[in-house]
Design a protein around this ligand. Sequence first.
Ligand code: AMP
Length: 282
Amino acid sequence: MIVVETVKEVREIIREKKKSGLKIGFVPTMGCLHRGHVSLLDVASKLSDYVVVSIFVNPIQFGPNEDYEKYPRTFEQDKIMCEKHNVHMVFHPSVKEIYPEGFSTFVEVEGQIGKVLCGAKRKGHFRGVATIVTKLFNIVEPDIAIFGQKDAQQAFIIKKMVKDMNIPIEIVVSETIREKDGLAMSSRNNYLSKEERAVAPIIKQALDEAYSAFLNNEIKASSLKKIVEKKISSCPLFKIDYVEIVDTVTFFPVEEVVKPSLLAVAAYLGKTRLIDNVFLTK
Ligand code: AMP
């Protein structure tokens, strides 16, 4: 496994690998790798010959009052994990390498898809994500890129961007990996106090309750959302940011779940913002 810090070097190596006919798989991350990331690495290994992982905490996807500075950075551990999971190249650029002085071009996926859920709550977040992913795609030029269902809206946005801009990369979305008690794995789980960590699985329990109701023919979105809100609010440590059900094609909130929809939640547990989701389909 090699660690590369410059765009130039990534390009030189990838061009060689492509010349030898290798299929390039790519997993973009912000590091502090956990089993959720590892599952994406394993999918990449299965679907490609040469696996590239980027580890870059992207400043432009964080709002001014968000956690860019304190975001966990565990590069030495991350490298060991990558090596164990058959990664061939770790791309670990500096902020200056990615955003040199004078950088001023941004990518924005417009329309309803970016206006709901985290798009409504984290202004500029998806613009930052779309911009870095475009840059990384242009640097690595992978054949296939793997994203997690945990960030469902992000995955939809990337898929749309790739389609709209004719980017010749196959996007694969892989299932959410959870702790034993149901909590979706996240680098931000590191922020939780013992007390907060103990109640964190309530989010998944709330989604499960709503999903069961849906399977029992409750299709009213307001009722399903109420189930989630009630369960999460039963613990005073939580503050709900949003609970929403959107159509997975139009991304408009639905009144009745009669087409495939996404039930998505964001909630603060203390100062930590956690997200999770479930697809409502039968
Ligand atoms: P991040 O490092 O948080 O930017 O995430 C990098 C990639 O890992 C994204 O595609 C995420 O959706 C994915 N990811 C994060 N947590 C999980 C998880 N628990 N299960 C599956 N994928 C995940």
